[in-house]
Design a protein around this ligand. Structure first.
Ligand SMILES: [Zn+2]
Ligand SMILES: [Zn+2]
Length: 122
């Protein structure tokens, strides 16, 4: 999201704020953009990925929430930020964001848990 009071014609790096932790961006940590300017930091994405993708848990009942990133009511598990309860991300967005960030050469961010990709499960 954008910081309250930010000037849309003169956006500063710190005007970009994580929807899930409220952390203002300083340009020095990864951030992934969703719809309508929603943003998730690499740190929050890691929490979300661990909780939903690796542990298979869901903060809220599927179908009962609206994802902050895609703005859809989703039938898959989600992660709700303990820091900002209005921040909810669905599993699809978690996977998409994690894949995007993992491949981004600008950031040294890898998917947590080393989920093997394209390899058969042991
Ligand atoms: Zn964050
Ligand atoms: Zn979503």
């Amino acid at each position: 999201m954008q910081r309250e009071g930010a000037d849309p014609n003169n956006m500063q790096v710190s005007d970009f704020v994580c929807d899930f932790s409220g952390d203002a961006w300083d340009g020095a940590f990864p951030m992934v953009e969703g719809h309508q300017g929603s943003l998730i930091s690499g740190r929050c994405l890691e929490f979300a990925y661990r909780s939903v993708v690796i542990e298979g848990s869901s903060s809220l009942d599927p179908g009962s929430y609206t994802c902050t990133m895609c703005l859809e009511t989703r039938d898959d598990p989600c992660w709700q930020s303990p820091e900002r309860p209005e921040g909810v991300i669905c599993r699809r967005c978690i996977r998409q964001s994690a894949t995007k960030l993992d491949k981004d050469p600008d950031w040294d961010w890898t998917k947590p848990g080393a989920e093997p990709e394209g390899e058969p499960e042991a």
